[in-house]
Ligand binder design. Structure first.
Ligand SMILES: [Fe+2]
Length: 198
């Protein structure tokens, strides 16, 4: 499975690095979500491969076509990637389901535990990297500064609402810390930092 994961990871990286929508942030985000989704799956006894690959691919639609409907464009883009990488057919449907239901803004129920892990991992990455969300809205999305605070507050709230209660227990305090940091950045007391990744 390691070779297959590497192949899929490389395909995702190519799309992310070439993104004209989220040039600065989407690749480290995909890696971070893949890692956390796998960690959650391990804790909950879910399938590690599906969770990890679902995490890698979850935002591929946003990387290629922008935020709108990226849970749908992501499924459309991920299907040929998984087939080209020779992902076993029995995994493809469940991986696509992770992409389809990951968004906090969409009321799409989780079909599997792995899908729940991917959505929670996406939320966790947003909480951990509020700075990056801020920078992304400024640089990549050109959101007027005045609106960034409200947009991100709403986003974090939606993310938290969508996070499964079992995983919320594992993320003790993370939501409050993220909100506090967001206030600090908006106030100008905290200068948002880039994420370091290898
Ligand atoms: Fe995401």
């Amino acid at each position: 499975m390691e070779v297959l994961i590497k192949k899929i990871q490389n395909a995702v990286r190519d799309v992310c690095i070439g993104s004209k929508f989220y040039r600065h942030t989407i690749w480290p985000h995909a890696l971070g979500v893949a890692k956390s989704a796998k960690d959650f799956a391990e804790t909950l006894g879910a399938d590690l491969f599906v969770a990890q690959v679902g995490g890698l691919l979850h935002d591929i639609g946003a990387a290629k076509f922008g935020k709108d409907d990226h849970h749908i464009t992501g499924v459309q883009l991920a299907s040929p990637i998984l087939l080209q990488c020779a992902c076993p057919l029995e995994f493809i449907g469940v991986i696509l389901s992770c992409i389809y239901s990951h968004r906090g803004s969409q009321n799409i129920p989780f079909q599997t535990q792995e899908a729940m892990c991917v959505a929670a991992a996406d939320a966790k990455d947003h909480f951990d990297y509020v700075d990056e969300l801020w920078l992304s809205h400024m640089r990549d999305l050109n959101t007027p500064t005045l609106f960034i605070f409200q947009e991100l507050s709403d986003k974090l709230e939606r993310d938290w609402k969508k996070t499964d209660p079992q995983i919320k227990v594992m993320l003790d305090g993370i939501y409050d810390r993220a909100k506090q940091r967001l206030v600090g950045i908006a106030d100008g007391c905290i200068k948002p930092r880039e994420r370091f990744y290898e």
